[in-house]
Design a protein around this ligand. Structure first.
Ligand SMILES: [Fe+2]
Length: 311
């Protein structure tokens, strides 16, 4: 008999004729994701001492739900030490080079916190404002999509700062239930355009044109590129595309149990295949040492799926 992860990881999602396969996959996926959402985070002593069993558990959970939560018992004291530890943790999971990001430090990790630095002016991640639903790097060129990231809590905010997560395959599942034509419309290679823009740091980002749903070139699994922003975005001029995006934005605002609500505590984090996520606004304390600090490292590859039973 096939395992849950064998079933959830092999759907020929671009083939709409395989309705029986879809039904089996849908039921297995809903059941497995519900079970995972009831489990505590994967425990580790520290990021630097992730055991083989913890690693395999993270990979197994990601195979099913495209994300996994973890908790370390001993958090690093400084942001710099946590960045180094996070880079080592990522390497242990099999990730190679992190994305080359303008704000990444020596370890390829970006420390997200409120900042008055001119290079970060205008970037919402560096403010206390809410972040709308998006996948990371939705504005990247098609040649360098962000396919995974790790988000690690170094220090939470005093209030707010909660996240919601939505597995792209759960989005696909609900959208195909609603109307398969919506999925087809968002698979179109020109479904979503982020126009060329002068970035807050002065650089020119070229227009990014591509699909919302696309296949990972290595595994074939579904990846997603999406933002719920309503300005500086051009959807393909097509009635079905319009209905599909309206349906999706509406669904994301609902309370489907496949959408996960979390608030990361110190030492907790998410490993994921670039799931959709948002963030509520938050409030910091008054002194510098109480500022919310989240560490983020992104990759152009998915988390490996072939390491069960290895060390
Ligand atoms: Fe993000």
């Amino acid at each position: 008999m096939k395992s849950e992860s064998e079933i959830t990881s092999v759907l020929p999602w671009q083939d709409f004729s395989a309705e029986d396969d879809f039904k089996v996959w849908r039921e297995t996926k809903i059941c497995a994701c519900k079970q995972l959402s009831e489990l505590p985070p994967v425990k580790m002593d520290s990021l630097m001492s992730c055991t083989a069993s913890a690693r395999n558990e993270l990979i197994a959970r990601c195979e099913i739900a495209n994300y996994a939560l973890y908790q370390v018992r001993e958090a690093e004291k400084t942001v710099e030490a946590d960045c180094e530890a996070l880079a080592g943790f990522a390497r242990g999971l099999g990730f190679s080079l992190p994305e080359d990001h303008r704000s990444a430090g020596e370890w390829g990790v970006v420390a997200l916190h409120t900042s008055s630095a001119s290079s970060k002016n205008g970037y919402i991640p560096y403010t206390t404002r809410p972040l709308n639903w998006h996948t990371d790097g939705y504005y990247n060129p098609g040649s360098s999509p962000v396919k995974s990231f790790i988000l690690h809590c170094h220090r939470p905010s005093e209030m707010g700062g909660e996240n919601q997560l939505a597995d792209p395959e759960a989005v696909y599942l609900r959208m195909r239930e609603e109307n398969p034509d919506f999925v087809r419309a968002l698979m179109h290679p020109e479904a979503m355009t982020i126009p060329e823009n002068r970035e807050p740091d002065g650089s020119l980002r070229p227009a990014s044109v591509g699909p919302v749903f696309f296949a990972d070139d290595v595994s074939g699994r579904l990846q997603m590129r999406f933002t719920a922003r309503s300005r500086s975005i051009e959807w393909r001029r097509d009635a079905t595309t319009k209905k599909a995006t309206e349906w999706l934005i509406d669904w994301l605002q609902g309370d489907d149990p496949l959408i996960r609500n979390i608030r990361l505590d110190p030492g907790q984090g998410i490993v994921c295949n670039n799931v959709l996520h948002n963030r509520t606004g938050f409030g910091n304390g008054t002194d510098l040492g109480s500022t919310r600090v989240m560490l983020r490292v992104r990759f152009h590859e998915r988390l490996r799926e072939d390491r069960h039973g290895t060390t």
